[in-house]
Design a protein around this ligand. Structure first.
Ligand code: NAP
Ligand code: MG
Length: 492
């Protein structure tokens, strides 16, 4: 862009007044115990850890740390509850799941604020995406509870038993919904552990679950760090582990349960390719690039963190992208104007900063807009790397932050090869006007989810999951029921 045009562009940009969401309508306890057998109970070791607000490092609440005996209590409660829960009719199970869905909707505003406080994501996202989607997952799977014989005709699906579920910090309530809803619909009982840095909405969900009147022990929510997760994984009376998190921990879990009869689904990391062809609607594609990598501070397993732009439009796309980045607002997660909130933890911020340093040292050309960030808290300015190639670490490895690596391509075959040259296979995006190109690519890209002319769109009806080191098993849709049932016909 010419210098003058660029200056005019910035002069014309909007100034926003602060518009913070209020916090006076939320209820957070000072201290949270473990939700076991329908009650909040103190941890046996009486140990608690702090959960903090990553935008200002203030403590929000103390949360119980579950140790071996607590995990055992939760599994025992789930086992006891399974005996009757697995026997009641699907219609009856559905009734409770619908109730949970409705209660989430009723308390959506409170959930959104707590999600943004505890995890750092912009209120706009928790309000419009995380919380409504979480409710939708419960609604969707409530609908399946009495129709399992239609989902799996002639196969007599039966539940697996007690399911251990471990989730990460990037979509705390949504991941809890992805795990709990299909497990309950199929007649399993659950022991779930949220991530150490974001336990509060899962604990709020525990209150709702209690309020729904679902029988005690059907859902148990226990808090703690990785050690507590490992105790769930290794508990001998668990029938299935459903894990969402990093590929490293996924590999550890796979090893830990090898040789046992436990079933496993893994939803792991990613390094999604976002591919822009010269015939794409460029302005929409630029919005798509921003959404693909800066949504939720880039803490998204399916983020479009590798951008491939066709050479003929690369200069235009990159200039428009840089201009758009100048308008992104980084700051208070509770401000309704905020586009990019706080990085979830100091540890994650260090990881991201380290990758930015690696990218620069390896010769990448860095670009960051001139945006102001608050003094206190965990912040990262949205970042682009140009002039990088397939061998750069920031192109290969998952950063899990607002950092985009940009490459160009000339032909379809070239971009397919580059896009598939990754140990991961979770997501991809394709931007073009040509339907034939979309179908051609979607056949050849090794990714569980491929978006056409959009990115990071989720729906409970649509299955989600990965290939290669992004894991196995699907969540969402009809496919999401299957990992929670076994079949008694010989068609297994
Ligand atoms: P993580 O470190 O693997 O942690 C995930 C969960 O596992 C947390 O609850 C964690 O506890 C627990 N955990 C840690 N060590 C464990 C162990 N040895 N045994 C059992 N559980 C253990 O991942 P993260 O940093 O929280 O999340 C980011 C990762 O999740 C990224 O790689 C991202 O791509 C992936 N992710 C994938 C999907 C998907 O659907 N494919 C969705 C979202 C995120 P603490 O955190 O409390 O220590
Ligand atoms: Mg927190």
């Amino acid at each position: 862009m010419q210098k003058k045009v660029k200056e005019d562009f910035f002069k014309a940009s909007w100034k926003y007044e602060e518009a913070p969401e209020s916090t006076n309508h939320i209820q957070i306890k000072k201290q949270y115990d473990l939700f076991i057998d329908g009650q909040f109970v103190k941890p046996v070791g009486n140990k608690y850890f702090d959960t903090i607000d990553p935008s200002n490092h203030r403590k929000i609440a103390s949360v119980a740390e579950a140790e071996s005996e607590d995990v055992d209590k939760a599994v025992k409660a789930a086992r006891k509850a399974f005996r009757s829960w697995s026997k009641i009719s699907g219609k009856e199970r559905g009734k409770y799941i619908y109730r949970i869905a409705r209660l989430i909707q009723e308390k959506a505003r409170e959930f959104s604020v707590i999600e943004s406080l505890d995890g750092g994501k912009p209120i706009r996202e928790s309000r419009d995406i995380d919380i409504p989607l979480a409710a939708n997952h419960f609604f969707y799977y409530a609908g399946w509870a009495d129709k399992l014989t239609y989902a799996f005709p002639n196969r007599n699906p039966t539940p697996l038993g007690v399911v251990g579920q471990i989730i990460p910090w990037n979509f705390p309530l949504l991941m809890a919904a992805w795990k709990i809803a299909p497990a309950l619909a199929t007649g399993n009982t659950v022991v779930l552990k949220p991530a150490e840095t974001t336990p509060l909405t899962a604990l709020k969900l525990a209150e709702i679950i209690h309020e729904s009147g679902i029988p005690n022990g059907v859902v148990n929510i226990i808090t703690g760090a990785g050690k507590t997760g490992a105790l769930i994984v290794n508990h001998p009376d668990i029938n299935k582990i459903a894990f969402t998190g990093s590929t490293n921990v996924g590999k550890y879990i796979q090893k830990a349960i090898a040789g046992t009869s436990k079933k496993l689904t893994l939803e792991l990391g990613g390094k999604g390719a976002n591919i822009i062809f010269e015939d794409a609607a460029i302005d929409q594609a630029v919005e798509g690039i921003v959404n693909a990598i800066f949504f939720n501070q880039g803490h998204v397993c399916c983020a479009g963190s590798r951008l491939f732009v066709q050479e003929s439009v690369a200069d235009l796309v990159i200039q428009k992208l840089k201009n758009r980045m100048e308008t992104l607002i980084v700051g208070n997660p509770l401000d309704k104007n905020t586009d990019i909130g706080a990085i979830n933890s100091k540890k994650q911020l260090e990881t991201i900063k380290n990758y930015i340093e690696i990218g620069t040292n390896e010769g990448g050309e860095i670009y960051q807009p001139k945006c102001s960030i608050p003094k206190k808290g965990n912040w990262c300015v949205p970042t682009l790397f140009l002039n990088v190639s397939q061998s750069h670490r920031i192109v290969q490895e998952e950063i899990f932050g607002p950092v985009l690596a940009i490459q160009t391509f000339r032909t379809i075959d070239e971009v397919i090869e580059k896009a598939n040259n990754s140990p991961y296979g979770l997501s991809a995006g394709v931007w073009t006007q040509k339907g034939s190109k979309i179908f051609n690519l979607t056949q050849k890209l090794n990714a569980g989810v491929i978006w056409a002319n959009t990115f990071n769109k989720f729906d409970p009806v649509s299955p989600f999951g990965g290939y290669k080191e992004s894991g196995f098993g699907r969540e969402g849709g009809l496919h999401g029921l299957k990992p929670y049932v076994k079949f008694e016909s010989y068609f297994n």
